[in-house]
Design a protein around this ligand. Sequence first.
Ligand code: ATP
Ligand code: MG
Length: 798
Amino acid sequence: GPTGAGDLLAGLNPQQLAAVTYRGPALLIVAGAGSGKTSVLTRRIALLLRQREAWPSQILAITFTNKAAGEMRERVEGLVGEAARGMWISTFHSACVRILRREAEQFGFTKSFTIYDSGDSRALIKRLVKEHEADAFGMTPSSVQSRISKLKNELTDAEGYARQANMSDPAERIFVDVFTDYQRALQKANAFDFDDLIAQTVFLFRAFPQVADTYRRRFRHILVDEYQDTNHAQYALIHELTRPVSAAAPDPYASNGMMIFEPETAPAEPGASLTVVGDSDQSIYAFRGADIRNISEFERDFPGAQVVLLEQNYRSTQNILSAANAVIGNNFDRKAKNLWSDKGAGDRIVGFTGYSQHDEAQFVADEVEALRRAGMPYSEMAVFYRTNSQSRALEEIFIRAAVPYKIMGGTKFYERAEIKDALAYLVAVSNPADDMSVRRILNKPRRGIGDVTETSIARFAEEHGLSFRDALAHPSQLGVGPKIRAAIARLDAVLAEATAIMQPASGEIPSATSVAEGLTVLLEKSGYYESLRASRDPQDEARLENLDEFVAVARDFARNNPEGTLVDFLTEVALVSDADDLDDESGSVSLMTMHTAKGLEYDAVFVTGVEEDLIPHRISAGEPGGPQEERRLFYVGITRARKRLHLSLAMTRAQFGEVSVAMPSRFLQEIPADLIDWRQSPGDVNSRGGMQSRALNARPGGGFGGGRDRFGVKPLPGRDQLKPLSTSMDKFPNKVTAKVRDNGDLELTAGDRIRHDDFGEGRIEAVTGEGAKRIAHVRFDSAGQKKLLIKIAPIVKL
Ligand code: ATP
Ligand code: MG
């Protein structure tokens, strides 16, 4: 009965309560940021368990990142204790991997299949593009990769695509060939790419209704967070899982020609109860195929669905929320929301215009230290940016200022060459059919095996129907010289030894630390470690450290999963996503992209690079709906803040080896001016030159030294070199609004001549827009044509 549930329902508002206690087939919770969507999901799960309405094994909860899954699991366990064990709380990808590992043998894969990350799949596509000479039709590996990815997200396989394509077009034929060969190569390698994980699970369910029924019977409650960012394949997966058990007739459209079983006669059962939560204002993955219609059409797709709206925001102070509401209000084609907070106005938003990105970073570091001194822990602060490359300036300054930080985005670590090599060694053990991995390590470290030998091995494997790995066991039949023969034999022996440790013959139980042990054997006995130790390249020292770190990851894994196998370890590593940081040190500031920030919250947030061409990003300009998606992304960024929000930008930004003059983002103009407190830099260096001379100081690496340190990061500027940049701001106060330079009344018409601080003299060609958004179209005498926002541009009429 409902006894003992009081604490779970305490403090919920009436709408939240309705959502937590709803019992029925389908529930949609739509609400703005910070209104408790994720909390409601968590409580719903806890209540189901507490009241014994469901066993843990009957619950499937889908979150956007593994980190979010971990947090949700912790919270549920905190609420109901041990009873929570056995729930599936995971990302779409992790859930599908679990299903595929169990069922892989049904359709020609083995349990130990490899998961190709985007780099792996690009490498494979690159080879196929070359083989098919697809570049002659303007296809690049990455364009083909993203096309294939889109098709898979739409659940279109190569055959399906061929049926609808115009096959008289040679470019189309070639693309179909590449797609088909790509899929064949994956199958042969016993591998799935990321998109396959979802798409193949859907295909599996459609082709094998009996298999699907097992999962339909099992999961009685399915809950999905961040539903606005699901793509079609994910949508279809949810659809498959929530179908009534008896209605699971064989799908006539199952397209992969697999055998279809008659469904067993089993008692009819209604579909699982589905709860989805989302916010269409936070849909930021359209570029990956996310489809906002999954939300807007939910009621049609799931008849009888209950809809709950949440309007109170419990996260942020009113000033932050008002800014967020004002910004998102500029998107058309959305339902107005009335998000409010009772936390009081709170501090005003802090605005800062740095002179360069280093200056901006210095502001962030200074502010972080000030907050820290005021008692806020580093772990409650986060810095966001639009593109990964922006983190470099921040890191430089943070290292200098000794501010502890971590970059959220574990993928970076796993993208390093040495880590990919180590992984390839492990995959060669776990999945010997994966030729790509074996080829990768063939000559790493150098053992004299070149292209010619690789081709001979490939040919031998082909002729004898062996995998590349198996061919290594026959060095004397490969037609190679004695030295190479010995090298191949040694590699084969090392792989065999590691296999015996990590995957002992059936019956024997591998020890918990077998993965770390096997990894060490591979790296030592293959000579990989030795080649790095012998090197005098300082980068190799960093590589050694990274490999040590990786071995430590394997040890941690053993500690946390005493029964974990090599395959489990590789799965975990493959699914580390952007938001999943490697180490869990709490005392550091988190740096991440705005995409990664989704769903998270911090006391203090710094959104950096709030400039045109960054947010909204340049590439969004040409995309339909692009600028609107960028606005949603900015909305996601600012709604992460509980108490303090900082918006900063740099006047000049070095990017792609060029210094460009940045314009404040249009989104800044959309925030009511009285909500932002524009900061002045401290210091008083009147003697410094104007903008022009400082622009020269700020050129990339200007005065910062030329070389790079072993992290590939340029050496840091000396304090003395840095200071002038951050203290010479008084002439150009840090304001982008009218308060700095209000040209609001400046009368300008075509034909007028003006002077701009940076671009020199020029002639007005036209004036468009109105009020604060008046734009001058100027042809400068030497700087070319520019569009300037009159109100804030550093211009005078001549
Ligand atoms: P987002 O859209 O950013 O994912 P969300 O809607 O999922 O946000 P939550 O993260 O669940 O929101 O909640 C935001 C904050 O508000 C959390 O700190 C949560 O603990 C708190 N919160 C939610 N509901 C309540 C409530 N009824 N009373 C007090 N605090 C609440
Ligand atoms: Mg949430």
